[in-house]
Design a protein around this ligand. Sequence first.
Ligand SMILES: Nc1ncnc2c1ncn2[C@@H]1O[C@H](COP(=O)(O)OP(=O)(O)OP(=O)(O)O)[C@@H](O)[C@H]1O
Ligand SMILES: N[C@@H](CCO)C(=O)O
Length: 301
Amino acid sequence: MVRVQVPATTANMGPGFDCLGMALKLYNTVEMVRTGAGLSIEVHGEGAFDIARDESNVVYRAALRLFKQVNCDPGGLRIRLINNIPVARGLGSSASAIVGGLIAANILAGSRLSHRELLSLAAAVEGHPDNVAPAMLGGIIISTLVEGEVRYLKIDPPPGLKVAVAIPDFPLSTRSAREVLPQQVSMADAVFNLGRVALLVAALQQGRLEFLSTAMEDRLHQPYRSTLVPGMKKVLAAARLAGARGVCLSGAGPTLIAFADSNLELIARVMKDTFLESGIKARALVLEPSPVGARALEVKR
Ligand SMILES: Nc1ncnc2c1ncn2[C@@H]1O[C@H](COP(=O)(O)OP(=O)(O)OP(=O)(O)O)[C@@H](O)[C@H]1O
Ligand SMILES: N[C@@H](CCO)C(=O)O
């Protein structure tokens, strides 16, 4: 039996579309056992009522992909999922499922793939690396795909940095949130984001949180996605007024996230209340960055 813990993630961080993400101290656990035959899946916590328990399950599909890649017939599998990451809300639930499935299966298959190979496989399954990389490695990760391989660098989160998240009570799939994006963008918008994301990486590296309000601005995805999240602009503005250093859509949404080093509880409450003014019920949480990524907690042979 193998048990793997994987953190939630917030991708994009404003301007870093598909290339920046941070791990958060909110964890899912994947337990996997090889059995003689068949598949059984138990789901506890988040998604207990709607996550698939058949062969379409994302954890199972990732595990199967790993077993195929290393030419291993797993026989049957028993999978138990203990979830704390809200599903389809922009906090990396699918990345946690993919990374958890791949790492658990790799251990059960005799650890034949390296960490680097697992990361590239995870990015191929997810389609982009910005959630799976911090889910696997922890911290803040800048990542990009080069001929199918993930190239990345890690930044340790600045001391004192925390986030307030407001998680709406409706799901938004990443697929739908990508469908509203344009195929082409203007040179002006591309240059706008280049300047912001470069500044953001340096600000995070140097702990210069006073730069976040400018450095987390974005013109590549948020303006299009704001139509999918009622009250988004108002909630982000209210979080800023309550003391947030920088604000953005978390991943593909609908969760909104505020970065701050003080007043986190107040910011979270204001975000939740402002969502309600637009008719959206939301849960508010304060979370810390997770310096560690996915790890096997227990392996029994
Ligand atoms: N713990 C889990 N176990 C199995 N499948 C899961 C789990 N969590 C999420 N999924 C699958 O991932 C889908 C949600 O993925 P999606 O990419 O749309 O959202 P997200 O990963 O939460 O958000 P984002 O990528 O913006 O951070 C769910 O519909 C479900 O199929
Ligand atoms: N970069 C991705 C993150 C969500 O998976 C997006 O914004 O679509």
